[in-house]
Design a protein around this ligand. Structure first.
Ligand code: EPU
Length: 338
């Protein structure tokens, strides 16, 4: 299936539910349709390009005056297995959480802590999604797709993906250039649970014995209790990254603010909780017109209905300023601003 539209509304394609339009929009479900489309629409060659997955990590400030490419390749395939592992190739267009659910049902271990993260599989390696002590880079084997610059298909192995905290090569050298068609993950046939993040273990025990099904349930419960459902209230998860600062600054802050959460980040650095910093500045539950700060998690900005991208950006800038003034810490956006 392909879909090509002009002046196409993106409201359904971004979880902030911002009502903007794309000058051109192209969607495909089979990778070979992409080069064919580009060949037969040469007049689009000079257009600015944006690669769009599930739209769960971006914020449109304006209409997009260019070509949006939406890879919507379906399918989950078991491509290899040995005594300990399974290799699954998953289309970029598959819903991430449906895939996690499938793995949990089949008792393929490893990604249960990443339950209920919104978005499509294609965006998962771009963002190197992570939650509750697990990052997807530990399970990615290969990212397959098409390079718009060389016009060739590539299989990029995990070690070449430049994975780091919420970061990868797809946000830098290959940004808006490498169209992901599928991702190969390697999962375990035996459990090796990671339960040391926050109160996760206690939450799992509330569900019953410690097994993959109860871990998924606990993670879903925690996320549902703290994070707004993008279907009901527009949002893109954490709006900022958790800042990594020098240990000296962290020590100074700790002396002044006794209960500040800190996480060792190696190399004389410490990671702080952006949500805590924003919360301490009094932003939690703040609302101006339809742009606001979620009432249960200050790291999440929300669109209550008709907020514009500009309004959300403006609110985020005010938040940044107040955190910088109070803590001398610069917050960096996690959400991709278009
Ligand atoms: N906190 C507050 N007030 C708030 C929010 C947080 O005091 O309003 C405190 C919490 O009490 C806790 C600390 O800050 O001590 C950290 O909070 P939490 O465990 O909720 O996690 P987070 O650091 O805010 C990160 C990820 C989330 C991920 C969770 C769980 C980033 C930017 N965010 O949030 O990821 O689900 O950990 O692992 O790393 C996302 O990326 O969109 C996302 C939701």
């Amino acid at each position: 299936m392909i879909r090509f539209k002009e002046n196409y509304s993106l409201k359904k394609y971004n979880t902030f539910n911002i009502d903007v339009k794309a000058r051109y929009f192209f969607e495909f479900t089979e990778l070979e349709d992409l080069p064919f489309f580009l060949e037969s629409n040469k007049e689009l060659a000079g257009q600015k390009i944006l690669l769009l997955g599930g739209g769960s990590n971006l914020l449109f400030a304006n209409d997009f005056d260019g070509l949006i490419i939406h890879s919507n390749v379906p399918g989950v395939q078991l491509v290899n297995e040995d005594r300990e592992h399974v290799w699954l190739e998953v289309g970029a267009g598959e819903d991430w959480d449906r895939f996690v659910e499938y793995c949990v049902l089949n008792e393929y271990y490893g990604i249960e802590n990443l339950s209920l993260i919104p978005g499509n599989v294609g965006a998962v390696p771009v963002q190197n999604i992570g939650a509750y002590g697990v990052e997807i880079c530990d399970f990615v084997v290969t990212v397959k797709g098409f390079d718009l610059k060389t016009r060739e298909e590539y299989h990029i192995s995990a070690k070449d993906c430049g994975f780091a905290y919420r970061d990868s090569i797809f946000k830098h050298e290959l940004k808006n250039r490498f169209v992901v068609s599928s991702v190969v993950f390697r999962l375990n046939k035996f459990p090796n649970f990671k339960l040391d993040y926050g109160h996760l273990k206690a939450e799992v025990e509330k569900e019953g014995e410690i097994n993959i099904h109860n871990i998924r349930k606990a993670v879903v419960d925690i996320r549902e209790s703290k994070l707004p459902d993008p279907v009901l209230v527009g949002n893109a998860g954490s709006f900022f990254k958790n800042p990594v600062v020098k240990k000296e600054l962290a020590d100074k802050l700790q002396a002044e603010f006794k209960d500040i959460p800190t996480y060792a980040a190696g190399n004389g650095h410490v990671k702080l909780a952006a949500g805590w910093l924003i919360d301490q500045c009094g932003w939690k539950g703040y609302r101006e017109r339809d742009a606001g700060v979620h009432e249960k998690q200050a790291l999440v900005l929300v669109n209550y209905g008709d907020a514009t991208g500009e309004e959300i950006v403006q609110l985020s800038e005010e938040i940044r300023k107040s955190v910088a003034e109070k803590f001398n810490v610069e917050l960096e956006r996690e959400v991709n601003l278009i």
